[in-house]
Design a protein around this ligand. Structure first.
Ligand SMILES: C[S@@+](CC[C@H](N)C(=O)[O-])C[C@H]1O[C@@H](n2cnc3c(N)ncnc32)[C@H](O)[C@@H]1O
Length: 507
């Protein structure tokens, strides 16, 4: 018997639009446009369909049929499919090895706490890896995506020689400054006193970012400009390096922003002109105290190490010279580092215009904010074209986006392909730099993109195998939730790749 609802074509149009969106899901606003319905009517019908459990709502307000509650379409390849295929191909099972790999605990650890790099990984975990592989005085350790320098700092602390590379100038600067252990704490404290004693003009020019006046209260902004000018007048090396580090490390705390982990506005207590001084003094005191403690262990330090500002794939490192490489690359569909650190980049003068910000983003491992022209101009390499997983994934992303009609960006499959292609030269460079038998330990994660599961961790291992590495292990350190589907479990995995020992033929 026909009911009132059957006679009303609106729910039908709505359901059709939801079916067409498939596992990718669709927002209420998109549904209103697609089904040509007023937003209130859409909300009303969505509530009714959800009550009868025909549809489900995911994370940020995406609606899909209830059978896609787990996030993937029927027949779509899920994590279990890839784990089984990986085991078949490499004889390596994805094992669970709960480990704290996040940056959080570093905020209490000497030196690591000098600068808040939320995307860093845990120093405790890096120490354990170095211990496990017998790294000590005389060893050489490389991190090709060194970020704030967690690996180089740990390597130096156990007596090893550290090499790091990062393309983002603020990260390379922070990593270098965190290795400046020779600075006498007394000289650093005197420099901090000199800077904090400065009042009034001259002030550093405002950074080029359009929102600077919104990001800081007027009194905080005025004081920060005086401090910046005063720090700029100090020599760049020695205590001056650590002054710059301390100043850049307080910018977000002094602003109306937070990073958690993405940059955004925050509810914060009122800040006044004393805020920058208080924050700078506290951070400088932490650094000076850590320098004193470090000084007592001077005999155990390794050499100062080298941090290169540049692409991980092009930095010249002698072939066969590295004992162990440890890294965490950007994740597929992950952070836009340039956007997240634009305040620090601009205030410290590393980037002077929006055009320079865009150029830096285009040079980094691809994130989903790269310009369309960069994605369009990318031609997949043979390694990526030759990987059947990647081909299938790219096709499924395209199919899902076409079925849904709209997505954040229609060229997402290209972005994903470019991401993996951007990793290939670095994997090859690390292979070349490692001594025979040396290991490459990598933390990487998976992702859900346009309703398509992308095993970024296992794909990294596959590209590693293509470059000549053997895959020793793939251990899941932690699970995390997909930003698109709160119910869909993603993971972070520790991969251990090994360069064949001398005399073992490369497959
Ligand atoms: C996950 S973070 C590494 C964090 C680091 N493990 C730490 O503890 O601070 C990844 C880093 O890769 C850098 N990066 C992105 N593309 C790069 C490229 N092509 N060459 C070198 N570094 C790059 C980013 O700037 C970022 O600092």
């Amino acid at each position: 018997m026909a009911t009132g609802r059957d006679l009303d074509p609106a729910p039908r149009r709505l359901t059709d639009a939801i079916v067409r969106a498939g596992p990718t899901g669709i927002t209420a606003k998109q549904l209103a446009d697609r089904a040509r319905l007023a937003p209130e009517r859409v909300e009303h019908h969505l509530r009714a369909l959800a009550a009868e459990r025909s549809i489900v709502r995911h994370g940020r307000g995406l609606w899909s049929l209830a059978r896609y509650a787990g996030g993937l379409g029927v027949g779509a390849r899920d994590p279990a499919f890839y784990a089984a295929a990986f085991r078949r191909d490499f004889g390596v099972a994805l094992s669970a090895a709960p480990t704290e790999i996040r940056f959080g605990p570093n905020e209490r650890r000497p030196v690591h706490r000098w600068w808040p790099y939320v995307q860093g990984f845990s120093a405790g975990w890096v120490e354990a890896v170095l211990r496990r592989y017998g790294v000590g005085p005389g060893s050489v350790v490389l991190d090709p995506f060194c970020g704030s320098g967690t690996v180089p700092v740990v390597a130096r602390s156990v007596g090893a020689t550290a090499i790091g590379t990062d393309l983002m100038p603020i990260a390379a600067f922070v990593a270098r400054a965190k290795l400046a252990w020779e600075v006498p704490p007394g000289e650093f404290r005197a420099a901090v006193d000199r800077v904090l004693a400065r009042r009034g003009a001259p002030r550093a020019p405002l950074p080029f970012l359009r929102e600077t006046r919104r990001q800081f209260s007027p009194s905080v902004l005025a004081r920060l400009r005086v401090l910046r000018e005063s720090i700029g007048a100090e020599p760049e090396d020695g205590p001056g390096t650590l002054l710059r580090l301390a100043f850049s490390g307080i910018l977000i705390d002094a602003s109306r922003l937070k990073r958690s982990p993405c940059l955004g506005y925050a509810e914060k207590p009122r800040q006044d002109t004393t805020t920058p001084d208080r924050l700078l003094r506290a951070r400088a005191e932490t650094i000076a105290g850590d320098l004193e403690a470090l000084g007592a262990r001077r005999a155990t330090w390794g050499p100062p190490g080298t941090i290169h500002l540049g692409s991980a794939s092009t930095v010249p490192i002698p072939a066969g010279s590295v004992d162990l490489a440890v890294t965490s690359p950007p994740y597929v569909n992950g952070m836009d580092y340039v956007m997240n650190y634009k305040i620090d980049l601009a205030w410290m003068g590393f980037v002077r215009s929006y055009a320079e910000l865009a150029a830096l983003r285009a040079a980094m491992v691809a994130c989903d904010n790269i310009p369309r022209s960069v994605a369009a101009g990318h031609h997949p390499s043979a390694s990526v074209r030759g990987d059947p997983w990647l081909g299938d994934i790219a096709r499924e992303i395209d199919r899902n986006i076409r079925r849904k009609g709209t997505y954040r960006r229609a060229d997402m499959a290209r972005v994903v392909t470019k991401y993996f292609d951007d990793l290939v030269p670095t994997i090859r460079a690390v292979y070349r730099a490692l001594r025979p038998g040396g290991r490459f330990v990598v933390v990487n994660g998976d992702s859900l993109i346009a309703g398509t599961y992308v095993p970024g961790d296992l794909l990294f291992a596959r590209l590693g195998a293509h470059a000549g590495f053997s895959v020793e292990s793939a251990e899941v350190a932690r699970s995390r939730r997909s930003g698109q589907r709160r119910g869909f479990e993603l993971r972070e995995t520790i991969l251990t790749l090994r360069k064949p020992a001398a005399g073992v033929a490369r497959k």
